[in-house]
Design a protein around this ligand. Structure first.
Ligand code: PLP
Length: 397
């Protein structure tokens, strides 16, 4: 008998499993609106020209391949934190480490919380990015949800969210999507954020922001950082998981940061030392290519300007496709109210379709999406828009 004969089949990942099914599908009309990755109007992945330019500069400079320190490239982390928290951020009291993109940031943050705030529960929105629950449970935290989305209204359940924050045990951890909530595309307004922060303060909770789409919501990364910056201004205890996967198109480079806003510079040093203790036995040190790209772009003013324009162009194409999808749906005869789709922001449309309707889209039309009715708008373009609209109309009519 073999040593591993009793190892059972692990369940496939909900999202990556669909991507695999898409690749295997032989229907020439197949459409992938599952994956959260940007696609051009021709349906292709896009390496930002500013990123390519930065790689050229790195090559010219003969960049070396030595190990980074445990905490990553300090110059990258500084630029990344300024990008998130703003030019006037109190970086002297923010502990920040480079991470393996947003997933790695959540994981390091979760491990830190489990070590230094043991026994507390982390509350994630219902619904949330499918990996949140798994990541935080793997860190040893107890995961619960707070109400976030009212499916019958296709909008934010603000009353429910506030009530759940107010009734959670004091000192709980609240996971908040910094902008462009995945999968709903529905964010609180600035005024609602203020009320959320008041409740978090009253209950001595901790705010853990997950920022995977800064720049993707409005096209303006400054504007998209508003909720995070307001939380720091309001004096909340803040952690931030920052990803450069989507906004810089650096998906496979695994580039991000985890930061903890501390009360003093001395606290920051102590927190930094502990973050390093968590990272060292996990993977020693992060990869250097992606962080070097981000550092190079954000250290060069004209290149930063170019980057902002490219990020805005991605956001604008998505907004454009959102509008066109709803227009097409009406054009092909749908009489449903699809206004929530145009109101939503970020990469996804949370359509309200049932899992049966999603299955029908996949089985009968080779349109691949997650079974919660989420469509990745980035996967739409002028060539497949009408096909998708007709199919959505057919299954929702
Ligand atoms: N957080 C949210 C809400 C996401 O949607 C994603 C990616 O889809 C991530 C974090 C992390 O992605 P990555 O690990 O590629 O940065």
């Amino acid at each position: 008998a073999s040593l591993w004969q009793d190892v059972p089949q692990g369940p496939p990942d909900a999202i990556l499993g669909i991507a695999q099914a898409f690749r295997a599908c032989e229907d020439p009309k197949k459409v992938n609106v599952c994956v959260g990755a940007y696609r051009t109007s021709e349906g292709n992945p896009w390496v930002l020209p500013s990123v390519r330019k930065a790689e050229g500069i790195m090559l010219e400079n003969n960049e070396i391949k030595e190990y980074l320190p445990i905490e990553g490239d300090a110059a990258f982390v500084e630029k990344a934190l300024q990008f998130a928290y703003g030019k006037n951020a109190p970086l002297d009291r923010i502990a920040g480490v480079q991470t393996l993109s947003g997933t790695g940031a959540c994981r390091i943050g979760g491990a830190f919380l489990n070590a230094f705030l043991p026994g507390r529960t982390i509350y994630i929105p219902d619904p949330s990015w499918g990996n949140h629950k798994k990541i935080f449970e793997a860190c040893g935290l107890t995961v619960q949800t707070y109400r976030y989305y009212e499916r019958s209204q296709n909008g934010l359940d603000f009353e429910g969210m506030l009530e759940d924050i107010q009734t959670a045990p004091k000192g709980s951890i609240m996971l908040l999507h910094a902008c462009a909530h995945n999968p709903t595309g529905c964010d609180p307004t600035p005024a609602q954020w203020q009320q959320i922060y008041q409740s978090i303060l009253e209950r001595d909770h901790v705010a853990f922001f997950d920022s995977a789409y800064q720049g993707f919501a409005s096209g303006d990364s400054e504007q998209d950082a508003g909720a995070l910056r307001a939380a720091v201004d309001a004096g909340l205890p803040v952690l931030l998981a920052q990803s450069f996967a989507k906004n810089f198109g650096l998906y496979g480079e695994r580039c991000g940061t985890l930061s903890v806003v501390c009360g003093t510079a001395a606290q920051k040093d102590l927190v930094m030392s502990q973050l390093k203790c968590i990272i060292r036995p996990m993977y020693s040190s992060p990869p250097r290519h992606g962080s070097s790209i981000v550092k190079t772009v954000l250290s060069d003013e004209p290149l930063t300007e170019q980057y902002y324009e490219e990020c805005a162009s991605m956001a604008n194409r998505i907004v454009d496709m959102r509008t066109k999808l709803v227009e097409k749906l009406h054009e092909v005869g749908s009489t449903h109210d699809w206004s929530h789709v145009t109101q939503q922001i970020g990469m996804f449309a949370f359509t309200g379709m049932s899992s049966d309707m999603c299955d029908q889209l996949t089985e009968e039309y080779s349109i691949f999406l997650t079974r919660d009715g989420r469509i990745s708008i980035a996967g739409l373009n002028d060539n497949n828009l009408e096909y998708v609209a007709k199919a959505v109309h057919a299954v929702t009519d």
